[in-house]
Design a protein around this ligand. Structure first.
Ligand SMILES: Cc1cc2nc3c(=O)[nH]c(=O)nc-3n(C[C@H](O)[C@H](O)[C@H](O)COP(=O)(O)OP(=O)(O)OC[C@H]3O[C@@H](n4cnc5c(N)ncnc54)[C@H](O)[C@@H]3O)c2cc1C
Length: 482
């Protein structure tokens, strides 16, 4: 059991992807054997097989109807501009967001068939990864290791557009960028990650985050929290707030509390950390709580929802977090507010009233807008967590599904895997993994095919998991950006 856990889960994850990928044609140079399509082909690339006015989701045609229409309308007007066909150019796929989901999808699309015209639209030239950023905050890791560029994607032939996407026209199938330019698409993939719900906790808005960082996205915020911890006097109090679900990386607030406690233990031994929680239960709870007792007794205090941990407002000037029952004034405060899909999801009309994006689990196509796919944290993916690992898996599934759709082929049922490590101390990590498949229009966890680190493992296993977490990060970022 321990040996199994000690295995590098990055490798295990890749095994599953490979199984998925080989079943679905990704990486198979014949995936586009029928493309550019023959005059009798059924692929989207062949003709305007989906009329732009068809309604979603209630008016959405099922696959049989869709294919029937596709065959019947094979002679309809071409989707692609005539010059593009004449040049043999492939369908245009625009991917918005170059994080774990978007960059991975762009890469998978281009690697599968170089004839696809793939454009990656990303607001920043450098991507800052969140996994392991809690170790940066605790002074255990160099910030530079979190940063990635897009040169290798460009070398593969992915076109890069460094500007924020600001407007969408799903009927004309265009995306407008902040620099005023426009991109047209045959399929659009949105991977914008999350946005924070400003003022969901009254008093905590974007302006407040300059004094009380969230450090939940964006590199500046990570560095700000780091600096504040360094400047805090010994004997000070750090107060963190953990949000309600759904949220990005459910175990990460608890990992952060641990690593801050580790930093205090070494550098400010009279200081402590209080974690205010909007929940009573959380991911890997017993593992975390055992580790708190073992490593951080008297230094890390968890206040659950039922004990008054739910933050109801924030007083920025005094760094006070007000809860249902109490007030907590901090030397360093870190508010992780409630979240929603990145703002572009609203602009493209793919977010529902929950603020997240409902998708077809077979293809990650939006249930609200045709030809737009949503992957990563922004998507509602059932039991799949909002993690980089899941985002990467969803990206590959989406790329495979888009290629199948372009060829007019059905997507086989996918099986996806997600693994998430949490560092408790530099040589101590725990993990959770799950296997997911579509059922009843949503991803459900496959019973017995996942789990967490064993409760009673020796420290040698925890140390091997700590090494494996870095191995996972290196493998996934190399695969996407390297
Ligand atoms: C502290 C912390 C620790 C974590 N640890 C782990 C871990 O150990 N393992 C794990 O698997 N996951 C972890 N995660 C979760 C992981 O970071 C996210 O799940 C993952 O980043 C989601 O990928 P994404 O592509 O959906 O979003 P992101 O990676 O955030 O990428 C979104 C991209 O879209 C871009 N973008 C947004 N809007 C626009 C626009 N309008 N135009 C152009 N570009 C745009 C952004 O600039 C960004 O580059 C952690 C998260 C946090 C906060």
């Amino acid at each position: 059991m321990h040996e199994a856990l000690a295995r590098d889960r990055g490798e295990a994850e890749q095994d599953v992807f490979l199984a998925f990928v080989s079943r679905n044609g990704i990486g198979n140079s014949r995936a586009f054997a029928a493309w550019p399509p023959s005059p009798h082909g059924r692929g989207e690339a062949n003709g305007n097989v989906e009329d732009a006015d068809a309604k979603m989701p209630d008016g959405r045609r099922n696959r049989r109807e869709f294919l029937g229409t596709a065959i019947a309308s094979a002679a309809a007007a071409a989707v692609f501009p005539a010059p593009a066909i004449a040049q043999g150019a492939g369908p245009n796929i625009v991917v918005v967001g170059g994080g774990f989901a978007g960059a991975s999808c762009a890469r998978a699309l281009k690697q599968t068939d170089s004839r696809l015209a793939v454009t990656l639209v990303e607001a920043n030239k450098t991507f800052v990864a969140c996994p392991l950023s809690n170790a940066v905050i605790a002074g255990l890791r160099d910030f530079k290791l979190q940063q990635f560029g897009y040169d290798k994607l460009a070398a593969l032939g992915v076109s890069l557009a460094f500007a924020a996407a600001t407007a969408f026209d799903p009927h004309a199938r265009t995306v407008t960028l902040a620099d005023g330019s426009m991109r047209s698409y045959d399929r659009l993939v949105l991977a914008p990650g999350i946005d924070l719900r400003w003022n969901a906790l009254p008093g905590y808005d974007e302006g407040a985050s300059v004094q009380i960082p969230h450090a939940w996205k964006d590199g500046e915020q990570i560095l700000l929290l780091r600096k504040q911890l360094e400047a805090m006097p010994d004997g000070g109090v750090v107060v963190l707030s953990a949000p309600v679900n759904p949220a990005r990386c459910p175990p990460a607030p608890y990992e952060r509390a641990c690593l801050i406690a580790h930093y205090l233990k070494i550098h400010k031994p009279r200081a402590k950390v209080i974690l205010l929680d909007a929940k009573d239960t959380f991911s890997m709870q017993r593992l975390f709580q055992n580790a708190w007792k073992e490593l951080y007794a008297g230094r890390l205090e968890w206040v659950a929802l039922s004990s008054g941990g739910n933050v109801t407002s924030v007083e920025v000037k005094t760094r006070t977090l007000v809860t249902d029952f109490d007030r907590f004034t901090a030397d360093v405060a870190n508010v992780i507010p409630p979240q929603r899909a990145g703002r572009v999801a609203d602009l493209a009309g793919v977010a529902d009233r929950t603020g997240w994006c409902p998708v077809d689990p077979m293809t990650f196509e939006s249930k609200l807008q045709r030809r737009i796919h949503v992957i990563g944290d922004a998507a509602i993916a059932g039991a799949m967590p909002k993690s980089a690992s899941a985002a990467n898996a969803e990206a590959k599934l989406c790329a495979a599904a888009i290629i199948k759709l372009l060829n007019g082929e059905p997507s086989p049922a996918p099986v996806l895997l997600s693994t998430c490590y949490s560092l408790i101390a530099p040589d101590y990590a725990i993990s959770i993994n799950g296997t997911y498949r579509p059922a009843d229009d949503q991803f459900v966890e496959v019973a017995g095919a996942g789990g967490t680190s064993p409760i009673d493992a020796p420290r040698s296993v925890r140390a091997r998991e700590a090494a494996a977490s870095e191995g996972w990060f290196d493998a996934v970022t190399r695969e996407i950006y390297g």
